[in-house]
Design a protein around this ligand. Sequence first.
Ligand SMILES: Nc1ncnc2c1ncn2[C@@H]1O[C@H](COP(=O)(O)OP(=O)(O)OP(=O)(O)O)[C@@H](O)[C@H]1O
Length: 204
Amino acid sequence: MEISLNNVGRRFNKEWIFKNINYIFKQGEKYAILGPNGSGKSTLLSVLLGNLTPSEGEITYTDPDEIRVENIYQSISFAAPYLDLVEEFTLQETIDFHFQFKAYADGLNASSVLSLLGLEKSQDKALKHFSSGMKQRTKLALACCANTSVLILDEPTSNLDTQGIDWYLALIEKFATNKMIIVGSNQAHEYDFCKHQLSITDYK
Ligand SMILES: Nc1ncnc2c1ncn2[C@@H]1O[C@H](COP(=O)(O)OP(=O)(O)OP(=O)(O)O)[C@@H](O)[C@H]1O
């Protein structure tokens, strides 16, 4: 997959959040999108995900032929603290539901995702009874264990304790090798592994 941004800008009402982004995201490479609170990291991730249209410019997805933006969700996995899970589902139901829409990464199945999460004892518990850290782990595991070529993570370690942060980094190491990863962050421990860095403030 290659994601190509040609002069991309986004505004809300009259306020430009970013402008004139010309950039190519390449398969297998790791990118951090950096900037202070409110600078536009999540907005750019939403544009890359196809959830928001650019206000100007063009974004194209190629793998190897061009993919229409309405189909791009099939190639991208996404996790963010503001992403809602179905609170009434148990963990087991959440995993089964998610993988009806996306294939498991090679060699994985529902029980290996559960053991990777380390939450086997909570498999029949409804997500509404999960702590915020348990929910964040669940979102990261669902995203990382899917067989998609692109992984987009917004503030991946929010709500995670030190042990959770180590768990996240191990998860990335295990599943990241061939994926394009884009991390929106302002905490170095979340994106230290990213070779490329884009600062939103360069596009104001
Ligand atoms: N739907 C919207 N309508 C109007 N303004 C919006 C909307 N979504 C975001 N914004 C504004 O766009 C700007 C960038 O917000 P965004 O959430 O992308 O920043 P961020 O860098 O991800 O912030 P944080 O680090 O706090 O998560 C902010 O000023 C925000 O108020």
